[in-house]
Design a protein around this ligand. Structure first.
Ligand code: ADE
Ligand code: ZN
Length: 364
């Protein structure tokens, strides 16, 4: 991977970052559909890809188009076309298991995976088809991928009307999936421009009334810091996905730190979608210095060309962090997870062990 080769300071810590037990909280399962699989599934499922866009002439052309996204909405256009090839439970299972396997190989030990059931339902694929595929992959991972905990988070999408989001939420509630742990919480994604958090209070109120405790939302990716603070105040979220622009408001940073509200940062995604020109522009140092908890995540690796370890290496490349700072990041990501305190304790011991080994090898 190019990012690893271009490591400026960090190659000395590359093996450590690989071995470091990781949590990933911001990965859209539909964002793991790479162009080759997209074309394979289109053929297998007899799905006609757009004829009027030369990007769909081949998987190579599509990959090339993915390297020049102009912004979030430009990406989302392609991302949602990708959904059209996913039809069966087996498609969702295969896509999900492939990602779990890949993340496991990069020493991810805890995964919280987003999916967009609302979009699938609107195109005639039932919630139960999608959820059964995801759950089957999780069951297979429990048998075949040691020590990987997996949770799922349905997201409402902001570009569709509120009644459609309420309908999706009602279906997840009716299935009893918040109660029985099939899904771990509720999130919100898709386009951010002109999507003020207060537009979605009815959906988040309904989720809370249904007993959903773990709430998150994408904000501060393209939108201003005010969207982040408003999501906390009006939607009651305890986590923010992206949130990089929170750094523009010092009082908000204090609030995030004081209330242990985690940001699920996505460094490679931010560069790919031109929110920042380079990873050095991410406020990683400010977050560390002010005690803002964050995790590092791949978002949509098939579209942005970097998996979770690439994100860690790219951040190391840009900021030359110490082992102690990585320990803080890894522990913060564990504490901000939605797993049990017992699982957090297990993960924390694993981080201690990785740090101990590193310090034994290179005292620092
Ligand atoms: N859905 C998938 N990836 C996303 C992103 N980066 N921002 C908002 N919605 C998304
Ligand atoms: Zn995202």
């Amino acid at each position: 991977m190019v990012l690893t080769q271009s490591l400026k300071h960090g190659s000395i810590l590359h093996d450590f970052l690989c071995a470091l037990p990781k949590c990933e909280h911001h990965i859209h399962i539909e964002g793991t559909l790479d162009p080759e699989l997209l074309f394979t599934l289109a053929e297998r499922n007899s799905v006609q890809l757009p004829l009027d866009d030369p990007a769909f002439e081949s998987s190579t052309a599509l990959k090339a188009r993915y390297s020049v996204f102009e912004n979030l909405d430009d990406f989302l256009h392609y991302y949602f076309i990708g959904f059209s090839v996913l039809l069966t439970e087996a498609d969702f299972e295969a896509l999900t298991y492939a990602y779990l396997e890949r993340a496991h190989a990069q020493n991810v030990h805890h995964l919280e995976v987003f999916f967009d059931p609302q979009v699938h339902m609107e195109r005639g694929i039932s919630y139960s088809t999608v959820m059964s595929g995801l759950s089957a992959a999780k069951a297979r991972a429990a048998a075949e991928l040691p020590d990987l905990s997996v949770m799922f988070i349905p997201c409402l999408v902001r570009h569709l009307p509120i009644p459609s989001a309420l309908n999706m939420l009602a279906e997840v509630v009716a299935a009893g999936h918040f109660e029985d742990g099939t899904v771990a919480g509720f999130g919100m994604s898709s386009t951010e421009k002109n999507m003020h958090p207060t537009m979605f209070t009815s959906v988040y109120d309904s989720a809370r009334e249904a007993g959903v405790r773990n709430l998150t939302a994408h904000f501060g990716e393209e939108g201003p810091a005010e969207y982040v603070s408003s999501a906390i105040t009006h939607l009651g979220v305890g986590r923010i996905d992206h949130g990089r622009r929170a750094a523009e408001d010092p009082a908000l940073l204090d609030h995030l730190a004081k209330n242990s509200i985690m940001l699920t940062l996505c460094p490679i995604s931010n560069v790919a979608l031109r929110g920042i020109a380079e990873i050095e522009q991410l406020p990683i140092r400010e977050f560390l210095e002010r005690g803002v908890r964050f995790s590092l995540n791949s978002d949509d690796p098939a579209y942005f060309g970097g998996h979770v370890l690439d994100c860690y290496c790219a951040v190391q490349d840009a900021f030359n962090l110490s082992v102690g700072e990585w320990e803080t990041i890894a522990k913060g990501a564990i504490d901000g997870s939605w797993c049990s305190s017992e699982r957090k304790q297990q993960l924390s011991l694993k981080v201690d062990e990785a740090v101990r080994r590193q310090r034994m090898m290179i005292p620092m």
